[in-house]
Design a protein around this ligand. Sequence first.
Ligand code: COA
Length: 382
Amino acid sequence: MSQTAPAPKKTRGLEGVTALDTELSFIDGQKGELLYRGYDIRDLAKNASFEETAYLLWKGDMPNQAQLDEVTADLQAARPVHSDLLDHLRHHTPKDANPMAAMRTALSMLAAYDDEADVMDADANYRKAVRITAKLPTLLAAFDRIRKGEEPLAPKQTGSTAFDFLYMLTGEEPGPAAEEIMDAALVLHAEHGLNASTFACRVIGATLSDMYSAVVGAMGALKGPLHGGANIEVMKTLIALDKSGETAQEFVDRKLEKKEKIMGIGHRVYKTLDPRAVILRGMLQGLSEEKGEMKWLEMSDTIRQTVKDTKGLDANVDFYSASVYYLLGIETDLYTPIFAISRMTGWTAHLLEQWEDNRLIRPRAEYVGPRDKTVAAVADRG
Ligand code: COA
């Protein structure tokens, strides 16, 4: 018999465990409140651009005009990627590769083209944060065009990240409405405490590995359907329901009966509606009215209300963002990498914070297995 008691259930998934201090964001899961460095997410989504948000996370407060001009210019300047990386996407990345896997590999390759990849001082790390954030949209747009048999487009290196990304993706300059929606979506996804990918990122960073290794690990974590991958699954669900004609009530009942998760619903920290979902729902409503296409909003609202009534769970950030991207005409499997474009700012800001006062992150596991075994000859094993 094992001499140790089973691990207490509360440690499963580190629920309720506070692992470190951060000044980057605050979440009140009961009230449904999210602050980035003291600023309410509702204020930021309305009044700050992605570039301002990135600066806020990296540097500690909102930029003044000169600082904003500088960070914007630095991001624009860093958007192009080395032709070897485009060749890799052209010739060595299968067209049907999972875009998150393609981006994870491309990010890892980026390190080999960065002279400062292994330089561990604060200024170099800030410059890398800017470069990586600037290049990921270029890589993602290039991957999407190449897989459709089109040539990747060089960034215009003007305007916002949202503007240039949508341009590189579609070949057309986005209108102000599309740019504004993409920009707000990037603000909303930028930072969220010690979520799974950010934790993975800080654990890798705390070994004093390098920024690229840490964000590649974070990409791997974000890809999972219980984390960033949920937005893709939400859209797949909505499309399947639209085709099958199954009602929201039937769908929810079926999923709950089989004890299956409904994607975009539930959260480890929020016990009420995720404040980002409120803003994204508003964006979806505006976009749906503009396009004259209300069905995704209506289906989403019905599913949300049904799960809320049946199980007391509410929507998270991925629930409405899926339909927003869909109505912007973006391929479903790009939703999670778009999340990564935004969260890159949070990941890298956490690394800058970690390295200001680094200590290896190395928790213990409670051993609950046997201790009294001896090795038998192979022939004698069952
Ligand atoms: N659909 C149906 N039931 C859900 C659910 C969902 N999306 N999320 C949680 N639940 C239920 C669980 O089945 C469980 O019910 P039970 O107590 O009757 O067994 C209870 O709520 C607790 O769930 P648990 O999985 O332990 O919570 P967690 O804190 O580990 O999970 C998530 C958090 C986010 C992983 C979970 O809510 C989930 O898988 N959601 C769907 C994926 C998603 O949208 N991820 C994006 C997060 S931003």
